[in-house]
Design a protein around this ligand. Structure first.
Ligand SMILES: [Zn+2]
Length: 302
């Protein structure tokens, strides 16, 4: 009897494990922008797309140029289930009005969730950013229909501000098949969050810009199928840069501790673009999984 019970338990456990397994053939990550804020890096600023069952479902960050790469990706704006912003620096958010204006020429009719950090002393909240850019008194008030639902817009952008509480994870549901989780990260004086997107048993984590002073990413990214880590500074960085970003050694430590299956280095700047091999070497000392160097348009399979 005991044997039969154990067998049933084993079968149930294996079914459960299978259900939790990443359906890797159905999910892909695309890089829309692998650069930072520099003008001469030849790259778009930060942006990523998550494809699920051949539809682009989630946009993560909307830095300058990301909308151009989005256009080239073949993504349909109607398919988008949410926009997640890591923070409101220009290189992560400036194309938001371009996406919303562009959507006028699509057939989108369902409301769209926009998620990003709450305000702090330096930065406005995500909902404020939306209002100040496209609200009634915004610089692009001609798009106010998309923010404050008017007759001239087919859908509304609904903003949610992620609370900035150290160690807390906020969970949001995008449609019925995608979960987005956010946690407060340290990016100098800037309000910033990291994102973890879970779908089809897979998980993709975006560090956003951060130093590791809160030491939250290794547990937040635990067992992720992909960690996209921002490589904005070299190991010998100091001063303000070190207060804003994590070094390659720190990325390596996080990737190892979190046991992420693949690592994508992105958000390159001149100071890291020129030493990518060296950076890979530093990370390889601690992290054994695949390391991808992001370029604009690149698709990463799970
Ligand atoms: Zn940045």
């Amino acid at each position: 009897m005991l044997k039969i019970c154990s067998l049933v338990l084993l079968i149930l456990l294996s079914i459960q494990t299978k259900a939790n397994q990443c359906k890797s053939d159905q999910v892909k990550l695309q890089v829309l922008g692998s650069g930072g804020p520099e003008l001469d890096d030849g790259r778009h600023s930060s942006g990523y797309l998550i494809w699920y069952q051949n539809k682009a479902r989630v946009l993560i960050d909307a830095g300058a140029g990301s909308s151009v790469e989005y256009g080239q990706s073949g993504a349909q704006f109607e398919d988008l289930q949410g926009i997640l912003l890591t923070h409101l620096h220009v290189d992560h958010s400036a194309d938001l009005p371009a996406f919303i204006k562009g959507s006028y020429f699509t057939s989108r009719s369902s409301d769209l969730g926009l998620y990003g950090p709450a305000a702090n002393d330096l930065m406005p909240s995500t909902s404020d950013y939306l209002q100040r850019s496209m609200g009634d008194k915004g610089a692009f008030a001609y798009l106010k229909g998309y923010v404050n639902k008017r007759a001239n817009a087919d859908y509304k952008v609904v903003a949610t501000d992620v609370p900035l509480v150290k160690g807390q994870t906020s969970t949001y549901t995008l449609g019925n098949d995608i979960t987005a989780k956010a946690t407060f990260v340290h990016h100098g004086p800037v309000a910033a969050v990291a994102w973890r997107v879970e779908l089809a048993g897979c998980s993709i984590v975006f560090s956003g810009d951060m130093s590791n002073q809160f030491n939250v990413l290794s547990s937040f990214a635990s067992e992720a199928d992909i960690l996209v880590a921002n490589n904005a500074i070299p190991d010998n960085a100091s001063g303000a840069a070190l207060n804003l970003h994590m070094t390659p050694s720190t990325i390596a430590k996080i990737a190892k501790q979190a046991k992420v299956k693949q690592l994508v280095l992105s958000h390159f700047m001149q100071r890291t673009l020129t030493i990518q091999k060296e950076t890979q070497g530093i990370i390889r000392q601690k992290y054994r999984g695949p390391i991808h160097l992001a370029i604009d348009g690149m698709i990463v399979s799970l």
